[in-house]
Write a protein that binds this ligand. Structure first.
Ligand SMILES: Nc1ncnc2c1ncn2[C@@H]1O[C@H](COP(=O)(O)OP(=O)(O)OP(=O)(O)O)[C@@H](O)[C@H]1O
Length: 199
């Protein structure tokens, strides 16, 4: 399912116009504060904005919000957690799959029994990714998903996203790592101050 963004802007950043084909990955780079997160949040419809977002040929404005939320997942740089233990954040029907995804991301299965306060930043990042992937989104919006990870764990995340892309999931991936941007992205956008995009 392809993503088409046209004239997307708010009072701080934009307008942005680009498209990402089905299964493609747009790598977004740029200095801190140039509006990368705001771009993701506007695509996800989490912040007020103007402009058009079309996914799989459907104008997002015509979709009820719950339908859009089922199609997309935004994984923020800092994930939100509300229950005491990690496992409580996962539905019982995902018991088997969550462990499989955790193993793929080099996380021990015992982690799910532990309090969330004990999870490291890098563990939380991977757990947030697992939580999002269990819902099988067709559009993944990733905000620096490997910022706190070592090279081996980073590679595990990149491989997992590559597998999702192979089954048609479309990705927008924010990164500060130019090498990662060229590894994971088949399209690249660089944000400049003022939210202008350069290819
Ligand atoms: N709710 C808000 N109200 C006012 N200004 C905001 C708001 N959210 C973000 N900004 C500002 O908009 C600009 C872009 O923020 P954004 O978080 O998108 O940057 P970024 O490129 O993702 O930065 P980083 O690489 O540091 O994560 C920043 O100057 C930020 O201070």
């Amino acid at each position: 399912m392809s993503l088409f963004v046209e004239g997307l802007h708010n009072h701080l950043v934009g307008p942005f116009t680009f498209d990402v084909p089905a299964g493609g990955c747009l790598a977004v780079t740029g200095a801190s504060g140039t509006g990368k997160t705001l771009l993701l949040r506007m695509i996800a419809d989490l912040d007020p904005h103007e402009g058009r977002v079309t996914f799989a040929g459907i104008d997002r404005a015509t979709l009820p919000a719950p339908a859009w939320r089922r199609l997309t997942a935004l994984i923020p740089a800092r994930s939100g957690w509300w229950a005491d233990t990690i496992g409580e954040h996962f539905a019982p029907e995902h018991e088997v799959e969550k462990h499989a995804l955790a193993a793929d991301l080099l996380l021990p299965g015992s982690l799910f029994d532990r309090p969330i306060e004990e999870a490291s930043t890098g563990e939380r990042q991977r757990l947030a990714l697992i939580r999002a992937l269990l819902a099988e989104p067709r559009l993944l919006l990733l905000d620096e998903p490997t910022a706190s990870l070592d090279p081996v764990s980073t590679e595990a995340v990149e491989s997992m996203i590559a597998r999702r892309r192979a089954s048609g999931t479309t990705v927008v991936w924010i990164t500060h790592d130019a090498a990662q941007a060229s590894r994971v992205g088949d399209l690249a956008l660089r944000m400049l101050p003022g939210g202008v995009l350069a290819a």
